[in-house]
Design a protein around this ligand. Structure first.
Ligand code: GMT
Length: 381
């Protein structure tokens, strides 16, 4: 198949999912065309079967708000025509599904009168935050209803979309995935990195996100502070975003900044996650929690909040721990229990990887998208 993929190419779960999906599909012989304003961060640019088409937005003085969605729609239609794409797959409803809808309409009304179906994958904040803004809700609902196929990354998100948006269109759940061959603990590399980050053999905790308020970064610092009082440890913070300076300030206030390593945006995430013993994900809301899944695949035990789709990913007490939002004492207690019991830590890490492998491996999830595309194409022909 020839598939156009559009996503937010910057730091964020949906862009990562879209890029990894494109890479896997390309690996399986499909021709993939990324259409976006920047090259997705996890693309190197030299992969076989992968093309990247940049969307240029004119910055005319009259445009206080450059119309990206229109430029995107135009580019989607052009690329689809030029490369004879079979379908478009957009990740994150706003504005991508609206642009895809316009592109589909432009091609249908064009000289060749061709139909270009599009699939929308809902990721979370496109529904839980942005879509609920009254100014976006009607158009989000419309573009979901108009999609030729809709998927959501958890049952939680599907149910919430249907309930809050009153969407009648069937929404299929296809879970996020992880490449279990890449996301795994390589003992040699892990030992090397451990020496670098924890030279005195301290324990290592990790957090990975885009540092937005929904991630509750200050809770990460609070949990670490409680734990560090009991066990020598280091905290790796991977990513960047609006709440980074608040976290830095809090670490300094608590006098623990030397043990909190702000690594910023990183490549080779899998190596840096795999070096840790525990991942902290105390988010206010997660429709899935991709970072926790990536950790699980690396045998790193996640301690997270019992919100949104997270309980569909982490089984409490088996492949990780869940606590209420803001309950930093309980999350710190779980971390301490684990780090004081090596056997439990190892067993849970192995169980976490086993769960990731059996339920969320790309080799299991990508064929579900292929099947879904086939059904959409059959219906649209
Ligand atoms: O919250 C983020 O990190 C960004 C956001 C996105 O769309 O990029 O993440 C959402 O999609 C991820 C990938 O499907 C999910 O793993 C996250 O749980 C979801 N975030 C929220 O629901 C808050």
């Amino acid at each position: 198949m020839k598939i156009g993929i559009t996503c937010y190419p910057t730091y964020g779960g949906s862009g990562v999912v879209a890029t990894e999906l494109g890479l896997e599909l390309a690996h399986r012989g499909h021709e993939i065309h990324f259409i976006s304003y920047a090259q997705p961060i996890r693309l190197r640019g030299d992969e076989a079967n992968i093309h990247y088409h940049e969307v240029e937005v004119s910055r005319y003085p009259l445009f206080d708000y450059p119309p990206y969605d229109l430029a995107l729609a135009t580019r989607m239609a052009e690329v689809s025509q030029l490369y004879d794409l079979d379908l478009l797959h957009v990740h994150y409803a706003i504005p991508h599904s609206v642009s895809a809808l316009l592109a589909r309409q432009m091609l249908a009304d064009g000289p060749r009168g061709r139909r270009l179906p599009f699939v929308t994958t809902l990721h979370g904040t496109d529904i839980t935050l942005v879509g609920l803004d009254r100014s976006y809700l009607p158009i989000t609902r419309y573009s979901i209803e108009q999609s030729d196929g809709v998927t959501a990354i958890s049952n939680y998100l599907r149910d919430r979309t249907m309930r809050v948006f009153d969407v009648k269109k069937p929404i299929e759940v296809i879970y996020n995935s992880v490449n279990c061959d890449v996301y795994r603990r390589d003992p040699e590399r892990t030992a090397e990195l451990r020496k670098e980050y924890a030279p005195k053999n301290e324990r290592i905790l990790v957090h990975l996100s885009n540092f937005r308020p929904v991630k509750r970064i200050t809770d990460v610092i609070e949990i670490f502070d409680r734990l560090r009082k009991q066990i020598p440890s280091k905290l790796l913070l991977i990513g960047d975003g609006p709440d980074r300076s608040v976290a830095e300030w809090l670490a300094v206030q608590k006098g623990i900044h030397e043990d909190v390593l702000f690594l910023g945006k990183q490549d080779e995430i899998h190596e840096k996650v795999a070096v840790a013993d525990i991942m902290l994900m105390p988010s206010e809301l997660e429709s899935f929690g991709l970072a926790a899944l990536e950790a699980m695949a690396c045998e790193v035990v996640p301690i997270a909040t019992r919100v949104g789709g997270v309980p569909e990913v982490i089984e409490h007490g088996v492949s990780g721990y869940l606590a209420d939002v803001g309950d930093v004492d309980t999350m710190a207690r779980y971390a301490l229990e684990l780090l004081r019991d090596e056997n439990k830590l190892q067993t849970m890490g192995k169980q976490a990887r086993a769960e990731a492998q059996s339920r969320f491996c790309s080799s299991k999830i990508v064929p579900q998208y292929e099947e879904f595309y086939k059904r959409v194409l059959e219906r649209s022909s």
